[in-house]
Design a protein around this ligand. Sequence first.
Ligand code: NAD
Ligand code: DAU
Length: 342
Amino acid sequence: MKYLVTGGAGFIGGNFIHYMVNKYPEDMIVNLDKLTYAGNLETCKPVEGKPNYKFIKGDIADRPFIMDLFEKEKFDVVINFAAESHVDRSIEDPEIFVKTNVMGTTTLMDACVKYGIKRYHQVSTDEVYGDLPLDRPDLFFTEETPLHTSSPYSSAKASADLFVLAYHRTYGLPVTISRCSNNYGPYQFPEKLIPLMISRALADEPLPVYGDGANVRDWLHVYDHCVAIDLIVHDGREGEVYNVGGHNERNNLQVVKTILKTLDKPESLIHFVADRKGHDRRYAIDPKKLETELGWKPKYNFDTGMQQTIQWHLDHKEWWQHILSGEYQQYYEKMYTDKGRV
Ligand code: NAD
Ligand code: DAU
């Protein structure tokens, strides 16, 4: 089996590449990534040189390049992680979110229709459902919850989801979609809440909490997300959406205080700052369909996942310090431009 994994130099795609290359040594895993600011080849180092792994630099929205690639490589399965993923950036500059998240998705699917594949999987997000009120803890997102987006990021992701379902109905493309809650774990870019707060707390810098810090997210360790995608790609029903989440709701202040306590740092580092525009109040996933149909069960809860993640950041300071210092950009130039691999 030959898999195309897009966005594999990013956080979740990178973890998924590690998981797949090790779990399926007989299969070929091709990682296609544009290497935007969020793509980091240092994340792929643990699999570099393995015979069932190959990296290709490229843009999922570059139609001639994608058509050429599909003609040459003859992929069996495509799993699309590639996206602009940060809500705050989408508020500043929405256009690239439309280009990559929507047009990149349709470009990839056009190639799948033209060259034929066994499965196209779209990695989506719970943000397509909008948010839930804080005073209704009985409410959860199910796969039937209407799409009701808040940010340019979530609007682009929801738009892509609609195209994926349309390609299934119109062209018979064998698709699945997963909609996951907030991920955390190794190799997450330090612009997102948890790695940002860990790196700043370790440097005794102020931790910027938006608004009142009461916004709730449903935290899932990235390993459990990778297991879910593997299950859905292999055993999920075509044309179906699967929600992924492990009932680990915490508000942002609870998350930040957990980090400070674990690192033995004072709560005086917490600084309340202006709120995010259109800030979603609460996300909470009902994962019943994934659990009952495909037998998914998360390995981590919030406490064990956070311990693992904080320890990983302590053991891999060079990974996130290179990003903060810009050193990883030089790594690309050294490893790829000079050697003519891009
Ligand atoms: P990330 O920003 O860490 O990584 C995105 C990767 O995509 C980067 O390596 C980047 O270089 C690459 N990329 C961007 N534009 C590209 C393009 N045009 N062509 C090829 N590659 C391109 O993102 P992430 O947090 O790992 O998220 C991965 C996917 O999972 C996204 O689709 C996101 O919407 C979804 N998701 C994320 C979360 C989360 O909590 N992080 C939760 C649910 C779903
Ligand atoms: O729910 C899934 C989504 O989770 C994914 O689709 C997105 O790609 C991913 O980025 C994430 O979106 P969020 O906006 O929830 O994640 P972020 O880490 O940016 O913020 C988490 C919460 O923390 C949110 O309520 C905003 C708050 N926050 C964030 C940052 C970066 C702060 O209070 N301070 C900060 O500095």
